[in-house]
Write a protein that binds this ligand. Structure first.
Ligand SMILES: NC(=O)c1ccc[n+]([C@@H]2O[C@H](COP(=O)([O-])OP(=O)(O)OC[C@H]3O[C@@H](n4cnc5c(N)ncnc54)[C@H](O)[C@@H]3O)[C@@H](O)[C@H]2O)c1
Ligand SMILES: O=C(O)[C@H](O)[C@H](O)COP(=O)(O)O
Length: 362
């Protein structure tokens, strides 16, 4: 058996060597010659799994250690009998932390009162639901838009995108990137839909670059000096729209999901998917030693904003001054710990609220 794996998936090396020949390559370097005789691929967002890569190979399974899967051509895989697996929810808490840190930075710099603000969450899946809890913890009014869920679950409080854009002070996107189907998300924030938005809104994108028309957003920001943007994902990664990055209040290189918890869970889910498929017996696998066993204590008289900033200094991930290092920054990232790694005591926030957004409470 042969497995080709992305060398930047942490904790993977050594796991499958007892069962297979394992070749590690940079995700964007994995090519047809490497995968021709491979049975399985273990990838991240950097490997485009399409006919160009897969045609004529013997690949039977693609396991992606990521939530998003717009890098996998699902139709091609289905038509050609290639199974695929992702890691749903693996780094949702990390994205929640990134969104929290971005919003706190904006509120402090624009001197806004959270209790007067409405948070609009577009896409209410694993990440969106955590962001809803965050908004409530901040004391904001939270409104939601998720037509696919609404259609199946009949959620009377959910709004259309147009309604949400007209009301929200903060608009945050947590949708997959889709170009077809009933509810495509490609450029869902565009020149037309931006006209519905408040001139002092904050636009937050940690989903996928193509969800927002970057040029249209830049024009809106130029025309509305009180509007802001916090952007982690870019349409042409690793290149970013430099003018948009410079105008944004937060510009990071697609690291919103990069917590140690998120990475361990992503690898765990990929390992178990490969093991299930090839019946290798790696059930409830964890890295050994498990780095998540280390926890941290935060004690003292601080409020929620300072608490979030203590767990994550989002300015340290700013890529504006050296955007050419986008991919290197990601590949050498020191994974941060998300809220679940922190045991909080005696701080000025209600324990139930802290628990709801993932902190441990003493
Ligand atoms: N920046 C990062 O590091 C990072 C990390 C994790 C995930 N992501 C991105 O975030 C996306 C969301 O992650 P998730 O775990 O919440 O996924 P999810 O599948 O759990 O939830 C996505 C939600 O979006 C909804 N949706 C689909 N089309 C929609 C539309 N047109 N309008 C409104 N809602 C729509 C779905 O119904 C679903 O509820 C992923 O697909 C991935 O692209 C980015
Ligand atoms: O979809 C996801 O899970 C995220 O976008 C993820 O954080 C991307 O990570 P990478 O492909 O760099 O591992």
């Amino acid at each position: 058996m042969k497995i080709v794996a992305d060398t930047h998936i942490p904790f993977l090396k050594g796991v499958f060597e007892p069962f297979a020949d394992v070749v590690y390559l940079s995700g964007n370097e994995i090519g047809k010659r490497d995968v021709k005789d491979a049975d399985a691929l273990i990838v991240r967002t950097r490997t485009k799994c399409n006919d160009e890569l897969l045609f004529g190979t013997k690949v039977k399974l693609i396991a992606s250690a990521t939530i998003g899967y717009d890098h996998i051509d699902i139709d091609y895989c289905t038509a050609n009998g290639i199974s695929w697996a992702t890691a749903p929810g693996c780094n949702a808490a990390a994205v929640q932390q990134w969104v929290g840190a971005a919003i706190v930075k904006w509120i402090k710099s624009r001197e806004r009162n959270p209790e007067t603000l409405t948070l609009g969450v577009v896409g209410v899946g694993n990440v969106g639901q955590k962001v809803v809890e965050l908004g409530r913890a901040f004391g904001m009014k939270v409104i939601c838009c998720d037509p696919p869920r609404d259609e199946h679950e009949n959620l009377p409080d959910f709004l259309s995108l147009e309604e949400l854009l007209g009301i929200a002070d903060i608009i945050t996107f947590h949708v997959p990137l889709t170009k077809s189907g009933k509810y495509p998300t490609y450029h869902m924030l565009n020149e037309t839909s931006l006209q519905l938005c408040k001139p002092n809104a904050l636009f937050v994108n940690s989903s996928r670059g193509g969800v927002i028309d970057e040029g249209a957003l830049l024009t809106f920001l130029r025309e509305n000096p009180k509007a802001d943007a916090a952007i982690d994902v870019w349409e042409n990664e690793p290149n970013l729209l430099v003018e948009l990055a410079k105008r944004a209040i937060v510009a990071t290189p697609h690291i919103a999901g990069y917590s140690l918890e998120g990475k361990v869970m992503a690898t765990k889910m990929a390992v178990e998917a490969v093991s299930r498929f090839f019946k290798l017996g790696l059930v409830d696998w964890w890295p050994n030693p498990n780095p998540l066993n280390e926890k941290f204590t935060i004690k003292g008289n601080i409020g929620l904003f300072d608490l979030i900033q203590k767990t994550y200094n989002i300015d340290a991930d700013d890529i504006r001054s050296n955007s050419q290092l986008f991919e290197e920054f990601r590949n050498t990232y020191k994974y941060r710990r998300d809220f679940s790694a922190y045991i909080v005591s005696s701080c000025n926030v209600n324990n139930a609220i802290l628990k709801r957004i993932g902190f441990q409470v003493l």
